[in-house]
Design a protein. Structure first.
Length: 342
Protein backbone atom coordinates (compact mmCIF):
# COMPACT_ATOMS: atom_id res chain seq x y z
CA UNK A 1 0.00 0.00 0.00
CA UNK A 2 2.84 2.45 0.96
CA UNK A 3 4.76 1.67 -2.23
CA UNK A 4 1.67 2.30 -4.36
CA UNK A 5 1.05 5.68 -2.72
CA UNK A 6 4.68 6.83 -3.02
CA UNK A 7 5.09 5.73 -6.63
CA UNK A 8 1.69 7.15 -7.57
CA UNK A 9 2.46 10.55 -6.03
CA UNK A 10 5.89 10.61 -7.66
CA UNK A 11 4.41 9.82 -11.09
CA UNK A 12 1.73 12.46 -10.64
CA UNK A 13 4.30 15.22 -10.02
CA UNK A 14 6.98 14.33 -12.57
CA UNK A 15 6.89 15.03 -16.31
CA UNK A 16 7.63 11.74 -18.02
CA UNK A 17 9.07 11.11 -21.44
CA UNK A 18 8.04 8.37 -23.84
CA UNK A 19 9.27 5.00 -22.59
CA UNK A 20 9.77 6.09 -18.98
CA UNK A 21 6.69 4.22 -17.75
CA UNK A 22 7.86 1.02 -19.40
CA UNK A 23 11.27 1.17 -17.78
CA UNK A 24 9.79 1.92 -14.35
CA UNK A 25 7.28 -0.92 -14.74
CA UNK A 26 10.03 -3.42 -15.56
CA UNK A 27 12.07 -2.36 -12.53
CA UNK A 28 9.10 -2.70 -10.20
CA UNK A 29 7.91 -5.89 -11.95
CA UNK A 30 4.43 -4.56 -12.61
CA UNK A 31 2.48 -3.62 -15.71
CA UNK A 32 2.27 -0.14 -17.18
CA UNK A 33 -1.47 -0.22 -16.58
CA UNK A 34 -0.74 -0.72 -12.88
CA UNK A 35 1.43 2.41 -12.82
CA UNK A 36 -1.28 4.39 -14.57
CA UNK A 37 -3.82 3.24 -12.01
CA UNK A 38 -1.48 4.27 -9.18
CA UNK A 39 -1.00 7.68 -10.74
CA UNK A 40 -4.77 8.07 -11.16
CA UNK A 41 -5.32 7.16 -7.50
CA UNK A 42 -2.80 9.82 -6.50
CA UNK A 43 -5.04 12.58 -7.85
CA UNK A 44 -4.10 12.92 -11.49
CA UNK A 45 -6.95 11.36 -13.54
CA UNK A 46 -6.03 9.93 -16.90
CA UNK A 47 -7.14 11.62 -20.06
CA UNK A 48 -9.89 9.63 -21.74
CA UNK A 49 -8.58 7.78 -24.78
CA UNK A 50 -10.37 7.01 -28.06
CA UNK A 51 -13.26 8.66 -29.83
CA UNK A 52 -15.95 10.29 -27.72
CA UNK A 53 -19.18 8.35 -27.18
CA UNK A 54 -22.15 9.10 -29.38
CA UNK A 55 -24.77 11.42 -27.96
CA UNK A 56 -28.38 10.44 -27.45
CA UNK A 57 -29.36 12.68 -30.36
CA UNK A 58 -26.89 10.95 -32.70
CA UNK A 59 -28.17 7.55 -31.71
CA UNK A 60 -31.77 8.62 -32.22
CA UNK A 61 -31.03 10.02 -35.68
CA UNK A 62 -29.08 6.89 -36.70
CA UNK A 63 -31.92 4.62 -35.59
CA UNK A 64 -34.47 6.71 -37.44
CA UNK A 65 -32.39 6.71 -40.64
CA UNK A 66 -31.73 2.97 -40.60
CA UNK A 67 -35.36 2.20 -39.77
CA UNK A 68 -36.50 4.41 -42.65
CA UNK A 69 -34.13 2.60 -45.04
CA UNK A 70 -35.35 -0.82 -43.90
CA UNK A 71 -38.99 0.16 -44.45
CA UNK A 72 -38.09 1.43 -47.90
CA UNK A 73 -35.64 -1.20 -49.18
CA UNK A 74 -35.95 -4.10 -46.74
CA UNK A 75 -33.29 -5.70 -44.54
CA UNK A 76 -29.74 -5.64 -45.87
CA UNK A 77 -26.18 -5.76 -44.55
CA UNK A 78 -24.70 -2.79 -42.71
CA UNK A 79 -22.22 -2.15 -45.54
CA UNK A 80 -25.00 -1.50 -48.05
CA UNK A 81 -26.81 0.61 -45.46
CA UNK A 82 -23.67 2.68 -44.86
CA UNK A 83 -23.42 3.36 -48.62
CA UNK A 84 -27.09 4.36 -48.73
CA UNK A 85 -26.78 6.61 -45.65
CA UNK A 86 -23.60 8.68 -46.23
CA UNK A 87 -24.64 11.28 -43.63
CA UNK A 88 -24.56 8.61 -40.85
CA UNK A 89 -21.21 7.34 -39.62
CA UNK A 90 -20.36 3.70 -40.24
CA UNK A 91 -20.05 3.08 -36.51
CA UNK A 92 -23.56 4.39 -35.87
CA UNK A 93 -24.98 2.38 -38.78
CA UNK A 94 -23.50 -0.79 -37.29
CA UNK A 95 -24.90 0.05 -33.86
CA UNK A 96 -28.37 0.84 -35.23
CA UNK A 97 -28.55 -2.36 -37.30
CA UNK A 98 -27.47 -4.49 -34.32
CA UNK A 99 -30.03 -2.77 -32.07
CA UNK A 100 -32.88 -3.27 -34.53
CA UNK A 101 -31.95 -6.91 -35.11
CA UNK A 102 -31.85 -7.56 -31.37
CA UNK A 103 -35.28 -5.95 -31.00
CA UNK A 104 -36.66 -8.08 -33.84
CA UNK A 105 -35.35 -11.24 -32.18
CA UNK A 106 -36.96 -10.27 -28.87
CA UNK A 107 -40.31 -9.71 -30.55
CA UNK A 108 -40.05 -13.03 -32.38
CA UNK A 109 -39.27 -14.88 -29.14
CA UNK A 110 -42.27 -13.28 -27.43
CA UNK A 111 -44.55 -14.18 -30.33
CA UNK A 112 -43.32 -17.78 -30.35
CA UNK A 113 -43.74 -17.95 -26.58
CA UNK A 114 -47.36 -16.79 -26.80
CA UNK A 115 -48.19 -19.30 -29.54
CA UNK A 116 -46.10 -22.25 -28.33
CA UNK A 117 -48.12 -25.40 -27.63
CA UNK A 118 -46.98 -27.53 -24.69
CA UNK A 119 -47.64 -31.29 -24.69
CA UNK A 120 -47.99 -32.92 -21.28
CA UNK A 121 -48.50 -36.69 -21.37
CA UNK A 122 -50.11 -38.10 -18.27
CA UNK A 123 -49.79 -41.83 -19.02
CA UNK A 124 -46.70 -43.81 -19.91
CA UNK A 125 -46.40 -46.12 -22.88
CA UNK A 126 -48.91 -44.25 -25.02
CA UNK A 127 -46.34 -42.76 -27.40
CA UNK A 128 -42.92 -43.97 -28.50
CA UNK A 129 -41.05 -41.21 -30.32
CA UNK A 130 -38.28 -42.59 -32.53
CA UNK A 131 -35.54 -41.17 -34.72
CA UNK A 132 -32.03 -41.93 -35.98
CA UNK A 133 -28.92 -40.25 -34.56
CA UNK A 134 -25.39 -40.03 -35.94
CA UNK A 135 -23.19 -40.87 -32.94
CA UNK A 136 -19.73 -41.53 -34.30
CA UNK A 137 -17.26 -42.45 -37.00
CA UNK A 138 -15.22 -45.59 -37.60
CA UNK A 139 -13.12 -47.10 -40.34
CA UNK A 140 -16.25 -48.37 -42.09
CA UNK A 141 -17.97 -44.97 -42.10
CA UNK A 142 -20.63 -43.30 -40.01
CA UNK A 143 -22.20 -44.93 -36.96
CA UNK A 144 -25.93 -44.55 -36.34
CA UNK A 145 -28.18 -45.53 -33.49
CA UNK A 146 -31.93 -45.70 -33.11
CA UNK A 147 -33.17 -43.42 -30.32
CA UNK A 148 -36.57 -43.95 -28.69
CA UNK A 149 -38.22 -41.90 -25.98
CA UNK A 150 -41.43 -41.98 -23.97
CA UNK A 151 -42.66 -38.36 -23.72
CA UNK A 152 -44.58 -39.09 -20.52
CA UNK A 153 -41.64 -40.31 -18.45
CA UNK A 154 -38.76 -38.67 -20.39
CA UNK A 155 -37.23 -42.16 -20.46
CA UNK A 156 -35.09 -42.80 -23.51
CA UNK A 157 -32.98 -45.58 -24.97
CA UNK A 158 -30.49 -46.10 -27.78
CA UNK A 159 -30.40 -49.27 -29.83
CA UNK A 160 -29.24 -50.64 -33.17
CA UNK A 161 -26.22 -52.15 -34.88
CA UNK A 162 -24.53 -48.97 -36.05
CA UNK A 163 -26.17 -48.85 -39.48
CA UNK A 164 -29.03 -46.72 -40.74
CA UNK A 165 -32.46 -48.19 -39.95
CA UNK A 166 -34.14 -50.53 -42.38
CA UNK A 167 -37.64 -51.92 -42.52
CA UNK A 168 -36.29 -55.17 -41.10
CA UNK A 169 -34.60 -53.48 -38.13
CA UNK A 170 -37.66 -51.36 -37.35
CA UNK A 171 -39.86 -54.46 -37.44
CA UNK A 172 -37.46 -56.24 -35.08
CA UNK A 173 -37.67 -53.36 -32.60
CA UNK A 174 -41.47 -53.29 -32.71
CA UNK A 175 -41.70 -57.07 -32.31
CA UNK A 176 -39.32 -56.97 -29.36
CA UNK A 177 -41.41 -54.25 -27.70
CA UNK A 178 -44.52 -56.40 -28.18
CA UNK A 179 -42.85 -59.45 -26.68
CA UNK A 180 -41.78 -57.41 -23.64
CA UNK A 181 -45.28 -55.97 -23.18
CA UNK A 182 -44.33 -52.36 -23.91
CA UNK A 183 -45.73 -51.87 -27.40
CA UNK A 184 -47.04 -48.32 -27.67
CA UNK A 185 -50.41 -47.10 -28.92
CA UNK A 186 -48.84 -44.36 -31.08
CA UNK A 187 -45.56 -44.68 -32.95
CA UNK A 188 -44.19 -41.18 -33.64
CA UNK A 189 -41.54 -40.87 -36.36
CA UNK A 190 -40.37 -38.74 -39.26
CA UNK A 191 -40.77 -39.68 -42.93
CA UNK A 192 -37.76 -41.98 -43.22
CA UNK A 193 -38.49 -44.83 -45.64
CA UNK A 194 -37.62 -47.39 -42.98
CA UNK A 195 -40.53 -46.20 -40.80
CA UNK A 196 -42.92 -45.79 -43.73
CA UNK A 197 -42.20 -49.00 -45.65
CA UNK A 198 -45.05 -51.25 -46.70
CA UNK A 199 -44.06 -54.08 -44.34
CA UNK A 200 -43.87 -51.78 -41.33
CA UNK A 201 -47.22 -50.15 -42.20
CA UNK A 202 -48.89 -53.54 -42.49
CA UNK A 203 -47.38 -54.69 -39.19
CA UNK A 204 -48.66 -51.60 -37.40
CA UNK A 205 -52.09 -52.07 -38.93
CA UNK A 206 -52.25 -55.75 -37.87
CA UNK A 207 -51.14 -54.92 -34.33
CA UNK A 208 -53.30 -51.78 -34.08
CA UNK A 209 -50.56 -49.18 -33.65
CA UNK A 210 -51.27 -45.64 -34.87
CA UNK A 211 -48.47 -43.99 -36.87
CA UNK A 212 -47.98 -40.31 -35.98
CA UNK A 213 -45.93 -38.88 -38.85
CA UNK A 214 -44.12 -35.56 -38.86
CA UNK A 215 -44.77 -33.11 -41.63
CA UNK A 216 -42.05 -33.07 -44.30
CA UNK A 217 -38.88 -31.17 -43.30
CA UNK A 218 -40.39 -30.26 -39.91
CA UNK A 219 -38.23 -31.82 -37.15
CA UNK A 220 -40.08 -29.80 -34.50
CA UNK A 221 -43.06 -32.09 -35.07
CA UNK A 222 -41.16 -34.77 -33.15
CA UNK A 223 -39.65 -32.57 -30.41
CA UNK A 224 -39.27 -35.07 -27.57
CA UNK A 225 -36.88 -37.40 -29.35
CA UNK A 226 -35.06 -34.52 -31.08
CA UNK A 227 -34.36 -32.97 -27.68
CA UNK A 228 -33.21 -36.31 -26.29
CA UNK A 229 -30.82 -36.76 -29.22
CA UNK A 230 -29.35 -33.34 -28.47
CA UNK A 231 -28.81 -34.34 -24.83
CA UNK A 232 -27.38 -37.68 -25.91
CA UNK A 233 -24.79 -36.10 -28.18
CA UNK A 234 -23.67 -33.21 -25.98
CA UNK A 235 -24.24 -34.06 -22.30
CA UNK A 236 -21.25 -36.02 -21.02
CA UNK A 237 -18.93 -36.26 -24.01
CA UNK A 238 -19.54 -35.29 -27.61
CA UNK A 239 -20.95 -37.90 -29.96
CA UNK A 240 -21.11 -37.47 -33.70
CA UNK A 241 -18.58 -36.50 -36.32
CA UNK A 242 -15.70 -35.98 -33.87
CA UNK A 243 -16.29 -39.20 -31.92
CA UNK A 244 -14.06 -41.87 -33.47
CA UNK A 245 -14.70 -45.50 -32.52
CA UNK A 246 -12.95 -48.77 -33.22
CA UNK A 247 -16.22 -50.43 -34.29
CA UNK A 248 -19.91 -49.58 -34.82
CA UNK A 249 -20.80 -51.51 -31.66
CA UNK A 250 -18.59 -49.17 -29.62
CA UNK A 251 -20.49 -46.09 -30.83
CA UNK A 252 -23.88 -47.66 -30.08
CA UNK A 253 -22.63 -48.79 -26.66
CA UNK A 254 -21.47 -45.26 -25.82
CA UNK A 255 -24.91 -43.90 -26.76
CA UNK A 256 -26.62 -46.56 -24.62
CA UNK A 257 -24.52 -45.67 -21.58
CA UNK A 258 -25.26 -41.96 -21.93
CA UNK A 259 -28.99 -42.71 -22.33
CA UNK A 260 -28.94 -44.66 -19.06
CA UNK A 261 -27.22 -41.75 -17.29
CA UNK A 262 -29.78 -39.32 -18.71
CA UNK A 263 -32.59 -41.49 -17.33
CA UNK A 264 -31.13 -40.89 -13.85
CA UNK A 265 -30.87 -37.12 -14.32
CA UNK A 266 -33.42 -35.01 -12.37
CA UNK A 267 -35.81 -33.16 -14.66
CA UNK A 268 -37.04 -29.65 -13.92
CA UNK A 269 -40.22 -30.31 -15.93
CA UNK A 270 -40.89 -33.31 -13.67
CA UNK A 271 -40.45 -31.41 -10.38
CA UNK A 272 -36.91 -32.74 -9.94
CA UNK A 273 -37.78 -36.40 -10.51
CA UNK A 274 -35.80 -38.64 -12.82
CA UNK A 275 -37.14 -40.54 -15.81
CA UNK A 276 -36.72 -43.83 -13.97
CA UNK A 277 -38.72 -42.49 -11.02
CA UNK A 278 -41.53 -41.35 -13.31
CA UNK A 279 -41.59 -44.77 -14.95
CA UNK A 280 -42.29 -46.26 -11.51
CA UNK A 281 -45.01 -43.73 -10.64
CA UNK A 282 -47.02 -42.96 -13.77
CA UNK A 283 -49.88 -45.32 -14.73
CA UNK A 284 -49.66 -47.38 -17.92
CA UNK A 285 -52.16 -46.97 -20.74
CA UNK A 286 -53.31 -50.61 -20.55
CA UNK A 287 -54.89 -49.88 -17.15
CA UNK A 288 -57.18 -47.28 -18.74
CA UNK A 289 -58.20 -48.46 -22.20
CA UNK A 290 -58.14 -51.44 -24.54
CA UNK A 291 -55.93 -51.20 -27.63
CA UNK A 292 -58.82 -52.12 -29.95
CA UNK A 293 -61.00 -49.27 -28.63
CA UNK A 294 -58.27 -46.63 -28.90
CA UNK A 295 -57.25 -47.75 -32.39
CA UNK A 296 -60.83 -47.74 -33.62
CA UNK A 297 -61.49 -44.25 -32.24
CA UNK A 298 -58.24 -42.87 -33.67
CA UNK A 299 -58.83 -44.33 -37.14
CA UNK A 300 -62.35 -42.93 -37.18
CA UNK A 301 -61.12 -39.47 -36.16
CA UNK A 302 -58.38 -39.55 -38.82
CA UNK A 303 -60.82 -40.57 -41.54
CA UNK A 304 -63.22 -37.77 -40.68
CA UNK A 305 -60.48 -35.14 -40.34
CA UNK A 306 -58.74 -35.94 -43.64
CA UNK A 307 -61.82 -36.39 -45.81
CA UNK A 308 -61.35 -34.31 -48.98
CA UNK A 309 -57.84 -33.17 -48.05
CA UNK A 310 -54.50 -33.93 -49.67
CA UNK A 311 -50.83 -33.30 -49.07
CA UNK A 312 -49.71 -31.11 -46.20
CA UNK A 313 -53.25 -30.19 -45.18
CA UNK A 314 -54.16 -33.86 -44.85
CA UNK A 315 -51.02 -34.59 -42.79
CA UNK A 316 -51.74 -31.65 -40.46
CA UNK A 317 -55.35 -32.73 -40.01
CA UNK A 318 -54.27 -36.33 -39.35
CA UNK A 319 -51.86 -35.25 -36.63
CA UNK A 320 -54.50 -33.07 -34.98
CA UNK A 321 -56.99 -35.95 -35.02
CA UNK A 322 -54.50 -38.23 -33.25
CA UNK A 323 -53.75 -35.60 -30.60
CA UNK A 324 -57.46 -35.02 -30.03
CA UNK A 325 -58.00 -38.76 -29.60
CA UNK A 326 -55.26 -38.92 -26.95
CA UNK A 327 -56.86 -35.93 -25.21
CA UNK A 328 -60.23 -37.66 -25.33
CA UNK A 329 -58.84 -40.64 -23.39
CA UNK A 330 -56.99 -38.39 -20.93
CA UNK A 331 -53.52 -39.34 -22.12
CA UNK A 332 -52.53 -35.82 -23.18
CA UNK A 333 -52.99 -32.25 -21.96
CA UNK A 334 -52.17 -29.41 -24.32
CA UNK A 335 -51.69 -25.81 -23.27
CA UNK A 336 -50.67 -22.68 -25.13
CA UNK A 337 -48.45 -19.83 -23.98
CA UNK A 338 -45.48 -19.32 -21.70
CA UNK A 339 -46.43 -21.87 -19.06
CA UNK A 340 -46.85 -25.61 -19.53
CA UNK A 341 -49.52 -27.83 -18.04
CA UNK A 342 -48.71 -29.29 -14.67
Amino acid sequence: MLLRQRVGSWLATRPLRKGDLGRIARKLRVKVRTLLNWRKAAGRPLKRQGRPPATAQERHEALASVRWLILREGWMGWRMMALSLPWVSTRMVQWAVASLKARRRRLQRRKLGRNRVHYHYTTQGVVTAQDTAHVGECKGGRIYTEVMKDPATFQGEADGNGSKPTAKSVLAQLEQAEEEGRLCLVHQTDNDKAYCSKKVREWRREHKVIHLLSRPHTPQDNPFVERFIGELKHSYFTLGREHYCQSPQEGVSDAEQIAQRLNDRPRLAADGKTANQLAQELPHWNSKVLRDIFYEQACKAIEEATRGLKGLKARTAEREAIFQTMEKFGFLIRSRGEGSAS
